[in-house]
Design a protein around this ligand. Structure first.
Ligand code: FES
Length: 165
């Protein structure tokens, strides 16, 4: 038995098996790397879109909103109120630290909104009536377009703005 490899000697069965194994492992590693690169490239080419609710959306016909009603739109984080003077929309995000306020209509209590985080309270018009909130709820733009009420959460309006309908 020689201590050096003689490349002219025929290969033993064990050596052929080892070569085949190494070839298979190398081929498998290349295939896995190629597949990974292909998947990464396809993922990169897919549009990376974040689906959020529209900032401008129809609420319905104004005559469908009964006087004195409060419409909760949790997905858009908006309350639409039909008060005695008209319709207005407010953000349901508390002006203290941004929790979502809840409509409160409990017997013996004045109707309004309540923040469960630190106890801020707002009246039906969004004015602060208790708790740490530093300012009224944001009043949002409301218009009638094509006979429907359209709220725009991107446009803030003065806190006394009401759409007379
Ligand atoms: S977040 Fe509403 S009271 Fe603090």
């Amino acid at each position: 038995m020689s201590l050096t490899d003689d490349l002219n000697e025929p290969l033993s069965d064990a050596e052929v098996t080892r070569r085949k194994l190494l070839l298979a492992l190398g081929g498998g590693a290349l295939a896995a790397a190629g597949l990974g690169a292909a998947i990464t490239t396809l993922e990169y080419m897919k549009p990376n879109v974040l689906f959020e609710p529209a900032t401008r959306f129809p609420v319905g016909r104004p005559e469908e909103i009964a006087p004195g009603s409060v419409l909760a739109l949790p997905r858009q984080k908006v309350y639409v109120v039909r008060g005695p003077a008209g319709i207005y929309a407010m953000s349901s995000v508390c002006t203290h630290l941004g929790c979502i306020i809840q409509h409160r209509r409990a017997a013996g209590q004045k109707e309004g909104f309540f923040c469960p985080c630190h106890g801020s309270a707002f009246d039906l018009e969004g004015k602060v009536v208790g708790g740490p909130a530093p300012r009224p709820l944001d009043r949002l733009d409301v218009k009638i377009e094509g006979g429907k009420l359209v709220v725009d959460t991107q446009k803030k309006v003065p806190p006394t703005t009401v759409l007379e309908v």
